[in-house]
Ligand binder design. Sequence first.
Ligand SMILES: [Zn+2]
Length: 75
Amino acid sequence: MANSLWTIEEFTCPGCSMDYTATREEHDEPHSGHFKCSICSGVVHSWSGKHHFFGWQPVKTKPQVFGRRWAGVRW
Ligand SMILES: [Zn+2]
């Protein structure tokens, strides 16, 4: 349908900082659901409203430039 709108959103697990992406799809009817972390089983994102998420997957190729590994570096 021409009126479908997909948006890829990113989420970070509050428990273990694992990053995930999911595709958000706008709907005319309300949906609800949640995604759980595959590592620590914590709920990373839950929603309720006129949209739905699918395509939940961990981010495996995230660049490390902005990662925590650099946070403690002292020159
Ligand atoms: Zn986690």
